[in-house]
Design a binder for this molecule. Structure first.
Ligand SMILES: [Zn+2]
Length: 363
């Protein structure tokens, strides 16, 4: 089966390149488990005796780690006691992009026969390949691909006569991913803030001892909720801090006139990147106090036609940047279009105030 996808990409030199990506899906990719009687594999990697001596999970289990778990817990995964791990192609590809050293280490583990780490090429398997949905981020799509593969394993091995007690454990730190995975039947997920995963794995392989409280399910759960709460608050604080400093920066500069490029085209707006400041902002063509000009959005492009002008991705535009402090509790960076000139929509370029500063430097 062949799936092909065509898209255009703008090159660095400004040209446009057409890319056709072909994707072959196969039905001869095996699960690699000793339990399986359905797959036609010659040799298997994942064992029947897949039990780690620990209190955490006493029945046989195969572990599917997500990308972050591999990235941050590679030293634990390398331990000789951790065996029978399914490394998904999706995870491998993400690791290759994010960390060359970890990629090399996980490849070494996979090549160590005694570790029983099995690479499952889920991106080429007819039943586990998924397309990215509209509006879905690459990250979310990959998380979904990981859940799909975990669910496939669970259902696939359920058919094996001896695998009744076998459990597929999806190891993730991501809250949303865990919740979604639990909606799929048959997958057990483990998720704790990084350090807890690390400690528990260390305890599981006997490399560390731990407070008995950590092995208590309810106490552990409360601890994790607290860790996640703090993590979320730290993220909010970080974002608020970036927003505050961006606003302070533009507050002192009045209205600026800058060149930018269109990053995204939406139904009623364009999102513009100003390379000079690394700033992204939105130019809305709809507002409460103005009559909305005729807008035509074309999803295929995507393009947005405002009056008689059509905006495309990567178009060069000129915008004004200013701080809107009309609502003191919700100050916002505002952008308006200067060029291209669209009657009734675009604004006049502002007087260049920063020039006066320069003059002061040369008395
Ligand atoms: Zn199989």
């Amino acid at each position: 089966m062949l799936k092909s996808k065509t898209f255009v990409k703008k090159t660095r030199s400004g040209g446009v390149m057409k890319i056709v990506r072909e994707h072959y899906l196969r039905d001869d990719i095996w699960c690699g488990s000793e339990f399986c009687v359905e797959c036609k594999h010659d040799s298997t990697v994942l064992q029947k005796e897949a039990v780690i001596e620990s209190d955490l999970c006493s029945s046989p289990h195969y572990i599917i780690p997500d990308t972050n778990v591999v990235l941050h817990q590679i030293d634990i995964l390398e331990d000789p006691l951790i065996k029978n791990v399914i490394v998904l192609q999706t995870v491998l590809q993400e690791i290759r992009h994010r960390s060359a050293p970890v990629y090399k280490r996980i490849k070494d583990v996979i090549h160590t026969a005694a570790k029983h780490f099995y690479t499952f090429t889920n991106e080429h398997h007819r039943e586990t390949f998924i397309e990215r949905e509209q509006g879905e981020s690459a990250n979310d799509r990959n998380d979904r691909a990981i859940r799909t593969a975990a669910q496939w394993y669970s259902e696939h091995l359920k058919k094996a006569p001896d695998a009744q007690d076998l459990k597929i454990i999806l190891l993730t730190n991501d809250k949303a991913n865990k919740q979604k995975a639990e909606e799929c039947a048959g997958i057990i997920t483990l998720r704790y803030a990084d350090i807890i995963v690390h400690r528990l794995l260390a305890v599981a392989i006997g490399a560390d001892c731990t407070d008995p409280d950590l092995l208590d399910k309810h106490k552990r759960s409360a601890l994790c909720n607290n860790l996640n709460y703090r993590h979320k608050m730290a993220q909010y604080a970080q974002r608020a801090s970036v927003a505050l400093h961006t606003q302070l920066f533009f507050k002192s500069r009045g209205v600026l006139n800058e060149e930018g490029f269109i990053l995204f085209v939406r139904k009623n707006a364009i999102i513009v990147l100003i390379p000079k400041f690394g700033l992204e902002g939105t130019v809305f063509f709809e507002s409460k106090d103005k009559i909305t000009p005729p807008l035509t959005f074309n999803e295929e492009g995507p393009t947005l036609t405002v009056q008689n002008h059509t905006f495309h991705l990567f178009d060069r535009v000129k915008v004004t940047i200013s701080l809107d402090s009309s609502n003191i509790q919700h100050q916002k960076i505002r952008m308006s279009i200067i060029e291209p000139v669209i009657p009734g929509v675009s604004v006049d370029p502002p007087e260049m105030e920063p020039q006066t500063k320069k003059a002061r430097l040369n008395p």
